[in-house]
Design a protein around this ligand. Structure first.
Ligand code: 5AD
Ligand code: SF4
Length: 437
């Protein structure tokens, strides 16, 4: 089999997958392949998949399934990411035209797996359970020149009963602080202004390596010192691991944004217990209270699952009430989706789809109204916006430190800079303003 010359990559799912795709793009470019945007011309197709909900998996299966039928010239097809881990060899059975399967912990092996396939013409698979810290993050090829994802911890040890991640990404493995610092320094030297530290649970950082003596807040203090990085964000935080030290770091470090994605998942303590979230509603609200008293301007984000097995209307109303009280800036709301291999599968998925959707709509309507109120409160004020790029309508686009999207007119030279923008109106989820001189 010939060495492929071009490749196409499609990414599904979360930010960690986006970063993994950027790393694979870097690896393939180093190998001499050229990235193409049209899958029809490509010699190699990679699908970096997600298993978090059934819909995500169905999309990928449908997409790759189609390729088996319609194509004349056969490209090499590789499946990577969480579905590779969830289905392993099963992927070859379901999709016989797939040539290699590469798990979330084996991105380093992309070259090797390709070589195997090219030499033997036989399907190849690498799906290690645990991540080995041997990945060359520095090859990553990012689309943006302004903001970058930086991985600090992989895997998850929390085992929420609904979630596939502990099985598809394995146990928590922190990345050495000096490697993270080296990468962030390099990004700063290349002109990047914002980094988002990534992990399924960033607040667990360093706990698996006590000998490093570097917990998440310690890492923030180190990264804040790096000249040129104006903003540091982080995703995702498990409420149980949010410490007072972290709250002080958010308050005291100028580059750390006052925005915390802090998923509650459900507002009923009984459901939280069943989800194995290891905090009660009261404990969560206490953390929010602490955070707000230490960082009064902190904006909060959440993820929610509605229609978890046995969730009653009253229990859903507890989630609704939490929303009324907290007034999140960002909320991702999902209907429960049973996943193979998770403990929640032992319970019947007993909430009818229309009830789940009704709860989802009620909550997202409330959230939309609250966001609109937050936007009204911002009108007439001036906010610092990191300018990321020009949007399709020719306006400059960026975000405030609290992650609010802002558009305004201005020259290209402003991309990559922080501008003071006077906000005068908003449409949908975007604030509109003009540069204040
Ligand atoms: N069903 C619905 N939503 C889920 N999530 C994780 N697993 C499931 C599931 N089985 C949601 C959680 C998590 C987000 C990334 O996806 O809210 O925080
Ligand atoms: Fe999944 Fe829970 Fe781990 Fe988040 S903390 S990745 S929801 S198991």
């Amino acid at each position: 089999m010939e060495e492929p010359k071009t490749f196409f990559i499609k990414t599904y799912g979360c930010q960690m997958n986006e970063l993994d795709s950027d790393i694979m793009v870097g690896q393939l470019t180093k190998r001499g392949l050229e990235r193409v945007e049209d899958e029809n011309g490509a010699d190699l197709l990679i699908f970096n998949t997600c298993s978090i909900r059934d819909l995500a998996e169905r999309k990928v299966m449908g997409k790759i399934g189609q390729l088996g039928r319609v194509r004349k010239r056969r490209p090499i097809i590789g499946v990577t990411g969480c579905m590779a881990m969830a289905k392993k060899e099963g992927i070859f059975r379901k999709l016989p035209h797939v040539d290699f399967v590469l798990g979330t912990n084996n991105i380093t092996d992309l070259d090797e797996v390709l070589n195997d396939y090219i030499q033997s013409g036989r399907p190849s698979i690498r799906v290690d359970k645990q991540f080995e810290e041997n990945l060359d993050y520095l090859v990553a090829k990012r689309d943006s020149k302004v903001k970058a994802y930086v991985s600090i911890i992989r895997g998850c040890d929390k085992f929420c009963t609904y979630c596939v991640v502990p099985y598809t990404r394995g146990p928590e493995v922190s990345r050495p602080p000096q490697d993270i610092i080296e990468e962030v320094r390099k990004l700063a030297a290349e002109g990047y202004k914002e980094i988002t530290l990534l992990g399924q649970n960033v607040n667990s950082y360093g706990k698996d390596k006590p000998e490093w003596n570097c917990l998440f807040h310690d890492l923030l203090y180190q990264l804040d010192k790096i000249e040129g990085i104006e903003r540091i964000r982080f995703l995702t935080s498990h409420p149980i691991d949010i410490t007072l030290d972290l709250m002080y770091a958010i308050r005291d470090l100028p580059s750390v944004c006052e925005f915390v994605h802090f998923p509650i998942q459900a507002g009923s303590s009984r459901i939280l217990r069943k989800m194995h979230r290891i905090y009660s509603k009261e404990e969560y609200l206490e953390k929010v209270h602490q955070l707000k008293s230490i960082v009064p301007n902190a904006a909060l984000g959440t993820d929610i699952i509605v229609g978890f097995p046995t969730e009653t209307e009253e229990e859903f109303l507890e989630t609704y009430k939490v929303f009324e009280d907290i007034k999140y800036s960002v909320a991702f709301i999902f209907t429960y989706s049973p996943r193979q291999g998770t403990p929640a599968l032992r319970w019947k998925d007993d909430i009818p789809e229309e009830v789940k959707l009704d709860r989802l709509h009620r909550l997202s309507d409330l959230h939309k109204r609250q966001v609109a109120e937050q936007y009204v409160g911002l009108l007439g004020t001036t906010r610092e916006v990191l300018v990321e790029k020009r949007n399709r309508n020719g306006q400059l686009k960026g975000r405030t430190s609290c992650w609010k999207k802002v558009i305004f007119d201005g020259p290209d030279s402003l991309v990559g800079s922080i501008q003071k923008v006077h906000l005068h109106s908003f449409n949908h989820e975007t604030l509109v303003g003009n540069i204040s001189l």
